[in-house]
Ligand binder design. Structure first.
Ligand SMILES: *Cc1c(COP(=O)(O)O)cnc(C)c1O
Length: 240
């Protein structure tokens, strides 16, 4: 591959961010909502810290990582170099129980809570740390073996359980649909997540956040009610 000058990369990222904000705003308005009600989570997995800092300088404030170990160094670096940048870090990848303690130290929002066991661990470590940990429950709606998340049949039990945990604050649901280039194929999954949320709200739970939609399908996700979209490739280009 040709060498690309840093300046070129930066302006490319800025162009990408502007385009994405335009599309987010337009989709939000089409779905009858305020553009500010949809939050862009920039997915920085495999992205170098220097590039992340550039993106932050362009105004991105919510960053998503999918591996605890990789996130650890980046978050420490960012916090050391910009203590008052006010960056919010989201854990969006599968979280193992033995990483719960570190995850509580690192992340503002854990989007991948998917079992009662993990909820217990997160609550325990949050209590020790004197923290109220914000979480989303990840729901598995596709049949693909590789996908994590709680089965929809067990979702209500997990919602009830997490709501009882004193040091966890359940804010909503997250899902990863099967991969497709065609947003119409994934639309039913987004719709399903919203319906599951609505069902839970009818039972008295408050779950305002729906984290769904990635580079290929975030506009469709917003039209179906997404309040958070997680975008990596669309901002930073193809991952290494
Ligand atoms: C990598 C990742 C994304 C971003 O995917 P892109 O297609 O690059 O936008 C979003 N959500 C999760 C959970 C991911 O692991």
């Amino acid at each position: 591959m040709k060498d690309i000058k840093i300046g070129t990369i930066n302006s490319l990222i800025l162009e990408n961010i502007k385009n994405i904000y335009r599309k987010i705003s337009s989709a939000a308005i089409r779905s009858g909502r305020n553009p500010f009600d949809v939050k862009l989570i920039a997915v920085t997995k495999t992205v170098d810290i220097e590039i992340i800092k550039e993106a932050v300088s362009f105004g991105l404030r919510a960053l998503g990582e999918s591996r605890v170990q990789e996130a650890q160094k980046k978050i420490a670096d960012c916090r050391a170099q910009c203590a008052d940048c006010d960056i919010e870090w989201h854990m969006i990848g599968h979280l193992q129980k033995n990483k719960a303690k570190v995850a509580v130290e690192l992340f503002d929002l854990i989007q991948s809570l998917d079992s009662i066991e993990l909820a217990k661990e997160l609550n325990k470590h949050s209590e020790k740390a004197g923290k109220i940990q914000r979480v989303l429950i990840e729901v598995k709606l596709s049949e693909e073996e590789s996908k994590y998340g709680i089965a929809k049949e067990s979702l209500m039990d997990l919602i009830e359980f997490v709501s009882e945990m004193k040091n966890l604050k359940l804010e909503g649901l997250m899902t990863i649909p099967p991969f497709s280039d065609n947003p119409e194929i994934v639309r039913p999954y987004f719709k399903k997540l919203r319906e599951l949320r609505d069902q839970a709200e009818r039972k008295g739970y408050s779950l305002p956040e729906l984290s769904m939609g990635m580079t290929n399908d975030y506009e469709t996700a917003i039209l179906e009610g997404a309040t958070m979209v997680r975008i990596g490739t669309g901002i930073f280009g193809e991952r290494r």
